[in-house]
Ligand binder design. Structure first.
Ligand SMILES: [Zn+2]
Length: 235
């Protein structure tokens, strides 16, 4: 979809949603944003956070990057875009949920197995950035070997969710709020082909269908979901 089509699509957006959401847009300007969730996802065009969570403007504070990586906490690091989003979400917006969302057929995870030459200046930042996926690659190789490539890539995507969750916990504010029980952190694995969602269960140490977690949600979360559904149904 090129720029001209996007401009035309924007007109469609104004026509379809301008009136419907005008009071919400104004409310978000007047009162400011207060999203409850930081959502970290891959830049992949097929992973659309607001679409797959059926949410509206103001609901999600989003960090997207290649591979849904979370650089480990390091105040001296050059890779500070995603860490800055995490710090802002926790220290300014006071979110009480963090979702780290990986996905199937992730190009970043596959790229971990391809060599980018050191002198390829046009890919130099990608090469540097992909180092944040190395630990997932090592674990996937040790777990499934390299014989079956598709199996290896899928394992890398799942280990990547687990590893990035660990990196999240290296942030002082995340660590503190988790210890105080003030924040809910969860890893998701989204299936591009059918929209299915799994979550990582740290107790069973495996990915399970996300439906099974609903029973563990607090009453307030459940009420929020019910309210959202009613609101959307009424529109
Ligand atoms: Zn991806």
């Amino acid at each position: 979809m090129g720029a001209e089509t996007l401009i035309k699509s924007h007109k469609q957006f104004k026509k379809k949603y301008g009136k419907k959401y005008s009071s919400l847009f104004q409310k978000l300007v007047d009162e400011g944003q207060s999203p409850r969730t930081l959502f970290i996802a891959c830049s992949d065009s097929r992973v659309v956070p607001n679409l797959i969570t059926y949410t509206k403007p103001g609901d999600l504070f989003i960090a997207r990057n290649i591979g849904n990586f979370v650089p480990p906490f390091d105040p001296g690091s050059e890779a500070s875009a995603t860490p800055a989003v995490i710090e802002y979400a926790l220290s300014v917006l006071n979110v009480d949920n963090i979702i780290l969302c990986g996905h199937t057929h992730c190009g970043a995870c596959k790229s971990l197995y391809q060599d980018i030459p050191d002198d390829d200046i046009e890919m130099s930042n990608i090469k540097k950035w992909l180092r944040f996926g190395e630990s997932a690659k090592e674990q996937a190789l040790a777990f499934v070997g390299k014989k079956d490539k598709e199996k290896l890539y899928a394992a890398t995507e799942k280990f990547n969710v687990i590893e990035q969750l660990k990196n999240l916990l290296s942030y002082p504010a995340v660590k503190r709020k988790v210890a105080e029980g003030k924040i809910f952190v969860q890893g998701w694995y989204y299936h591009l082909d059918n929209g299915e969602l799994e979550y990582f269960d740290p107790v069973e140490h495996r990915f399970l269908p996300v439906d099974t977690v609903l029973s563990q949600l607090s009453e307030k979360d459940q009420q929020d979901i019910d309210d959202e559904q009613e609101l959307l149904a009424a529109q």
